[in-house]
Design a binder for this molecule. Structure first.
Ligand code: F6P
Length: 320
């Protein structure tokens, strides 16, 4: 393989730049030309494609976001759109692709693979919602952002003797709430994978108050319940004053954590190494028990994500 392309697509994630840097530098090291496709599949269709070199990815390892930018592209969901993408790869003589993103990015890559383009995926999303890999690039940075917010909210919460509902992202996955809840010492962690039980939240709040606790942090995954309605119910039933903070897109930005930089670099390196050696690749990289693992892309998008029962149980036990 003489020339490969790389793109970032879907919601950005801290560490995408570290992965991009690793892809570009590994390709250069191996004597393979590497082209950056800007703005995801949109840029592929528009031919927004430029050659990258070692210097193109200098000074980005520490940056959040994606230097290649990202976009959503409805046209790429049509068979004409996919054919246009294939044609554009031919115009630029790109023989294989490394894609950085989540589920949607992988589905797009699979369409290209079905038409003969070798593809390798690197899982980049703050949601950690991909069942085939223990962790995705960006997840732990988002968790760090949330625990920083918990610390600040806890300060004011304690001063006023209040409760706080902090709504976090995750789409349909509770991992951000779960890991941030455990490491931030939240009293209640509400995730889509477990039944929503307001009575249990009330009991925990009252139990805490009776023990002299002056704060109460509830981590609520977006989409499970309306944060303001939950706050109202808790206020009515416990007599504790509750406030709501919706963290939103702050969780998607920021300098990637050391862990995210490390796995991004590992996966960027192995993605290129695998792609050049496997011209039939339709493969997603992941991490399991500290090791890089290779999974068929179809299986990667089909494998159901399950939460860690161990982490959930420990979080419940420690927040009695
Ligand atoms: O997938 C990442 C994510 O930040 C989710 O947690 C969230 O539900 C969604 O993207 C928000 O998407 P957008 O940035 O398009 O509003």
């Amino acid at each position: 393989m003489k020339r490969i392309g790389v793109l970032t697509s879907g919601g950005d994630a801290p560490g995408m730049n570290a992965a991009l840097r690793a892809v570009v530098r590994t390709a250069v090291y191996m004597g393979v030309e590497v082209y950056g496709i800007y703005e995801g599949y949109r840029g592929l269709l528009d031919g927004n494609i430029k050659e990258l070199n070692v210097a193109s990815v200098a000074d980005i390892i520490q940056r959040g976001g994606t230097a290649l930018r990202s976009a959503r592209c409805a046209e790429f969901h049509t068979s004409e759109g996919i054919q246009k993408g294939i044609d554009m790869l031919k115009v630029f003589k790109i023989e294989g692709l490394v894609v950085l993103g989540g589920d949607g990015t992988y589905r797009g890559a699979m369409e290209l693979a079905k038409r003969g383009v070798p593809v390798v995926g690197i899982p980049c999303t703050i949601d950690n919602d991909m069942g085939y890999t223990e962790f995705t690039v960006g997840f732990f940075t988002a968790v760090e952002t949330v625990i920083e917010a918990i610390g600040k909210i806890r300060d004011t919460s304690s001063s006023h003797g209040r409760g706080n509902i902090i709504e976090v992202m995750g789409r349909r996955c509770g991992d951000i709430a779960l890991y941030a809840g455990l490491s931030g010492g939240a009293e209640n962690i509400i995730i889509p994978e477990e039944p929503f039980n307001v009575n249990e939240m009330i009991e925990r709040t009252i139990r805490g108050r009776n023990r002299g606790k002056i704060h109460n942090i509830v981590l609520l995954t977006e989409g499970v319940a309306n944060a303001y309605e939950v706050a109202e119910t808790l206020e009515e039933r416990t007599g504790v004053d509750f406030r709501v903070t919706i963290l939103g897109h702050i969780q998607r930005g920021g300098s990637p954590s050391a862990f995210d930089r490390v796995i991004a670099s590992q996966m960027g390196y192995h993605a290129v190494d695998y792609l050049v050696k496997h011209p039939e690749a339709q493969t997603a990289l992941g991490i399991q028990g500290g090791q890089i693992v290779y999974t068929g892309m179809l299986e990667a998008v089909s494998r159901k994500k399950e939460i860690s029962e161990d982490i959930y149980t420990i979080a419940q036990v420690l927040s009695i």
